[in-house]
Ligand binder design. Structure first.
Ligand SMILES: [Zn+2]
Length: 335
């Protein structure tokens, strides 16, 4: 789906402000490096600026119109003076860069302007990177390069030094939720994923992960048995919990999920239901929120944070969880 300037500006306002100034002052760089984690809008913004460079009727002097012949051809990937290079298998090979150079030694098909875009630029082989370097050293005034990378530290310093670097920030939870749902993630799951990570990659991974789906159920179950009494809580802990959350990283994930349940309960009490992340459990949570107090919830959240701290300080996970379950219980029958 093609995004407009205004939509992308919500994702990456700093990057677009800079590019807007360059466009307005007609001082577009010869080469840009767009760096940031997956899903932050690098490709979309490279396309957007490419359109701004070719557009026949720019709006306000910098926004591509999205409807002229040039904009439409760039959107559909059919512009003769816009070239894209992507890894061929695991790497970008020297031949691919040479083909690009060959293409660029010809005059622009329709104008003098030419743009090329290299995705996953850090995957260039050493010889490909060296070829590109020669290319970057002899910039033609009408050529613009967009190098895209999630791992810019793997690029040659000599390449980095020839690019203007644009750093893409991780998305806000709100922007992440939108991106995730646009890309097929169930809207019921997206808010929880956006709370747990700011990496789109990790969010997609968790979304398809059976372990994670099961983890959520066990955490909800632990919360429910906590309300029933210490014995049942310990049984669930020794059974379901420890057979699922084994590694330290997994236990930490479990604690994050547990924390989010208490946060949800607090949001319900504060009448901020739109902030709930356990959407699928919201009916049950609304009921539970009636049975506790805000004070109690914030004590419980502190106890979970303390448990996370102990876990990272290498306390025995078994002891840490038993202690936590007792702390979460204490006084829980009082409102
Ligand atoms: Zn246009």
């Amino acid at each position: 789906m093609v995004k407009t300037w205004d939509q992308l500006n919500e994702l990456q306002p700093t990057v677009l402000k800079m590019l807007k100034n360059s466009l307005l002052k007609k001082r577009v760089a010869h080469a840009y490096l767009l760096e940031g984690i997956r899903g932050t809008g690098k490709k979309e913004i490279a396309l957007l600026i490419t359109k701004a460079l070719f557009c026949d009727s720019l709006l306000e002097g910098y926004k591509p119109c999205e409807s002229c012949n040039n904009c439409r051809r760039i959107n559909s990937g059919n512009h003769p003076d816009v070239h894209k290079v992507e890894p061929d298998g695991l790497s970008i090979k020297k031949q691919q860069i040479q083909d690009l150079q060959e293409e660029f030694s010809k005059k622009g098909v329709e104008s003098l302007r030419k743009v090329y875009m290299i995705s996953d630029a850090d995957k260039m082989s050493v010889s490909a990177a060296n070829s590109l370097l020669k290319f970057l050293e002899e910039p033609s005034s009408q050529t613009t390069a967009f190098l895209l990378s999630e791992q810019p530290q793997q690029l040659l310093p000599t390449i980095l030094s020839r690019c203007q670097i644009l750093s893409f920030k991780p998305l806000s939870p709100q922007a992440m939720i939108q991106q995730l749902t646009e890309n097929g993630v169930n809207p019921m799951n997206a808010p929880l994923l956006a709370q747990l990570t700011n990496s789109m990659d990790e969010a997609y991974e968790l979304n398809g992960d059976d372990w994670f789906a099961q983890a959520q159920k066990i955490v909800v179950k632990l919360y429910e048995v906590l309300k029933r009494g210490p014995l049942e809580a310990m049984v669930t802990l020794q059974g379901d919990w420890f057979s699922h959350f084994k590694e330290k990283e997994q236990i930490n994930r479990g604690l994050d999920l547990l924390l989010l349940i208490f946060k949800d309960l607090l949001y319900i009490q504060l009448d901020k239901q739109e902030q709930i992340v356990f959407k699928a459990e919201s009916d049950r949570l609304r009921q539970y929120a009636l049975e506790t107090s805000g004070r109690r919830l914030s004590d419980q959240m502190s106890a979970i944070l303390e448990a996370k701290r102990k876990l990272s300080a290498n306390m025995n996970p078994q002891l840490m969880m038993e202690e936590l379950v007792l702390n979460l219980q204490e006084g829980s029958s009082f409102v």
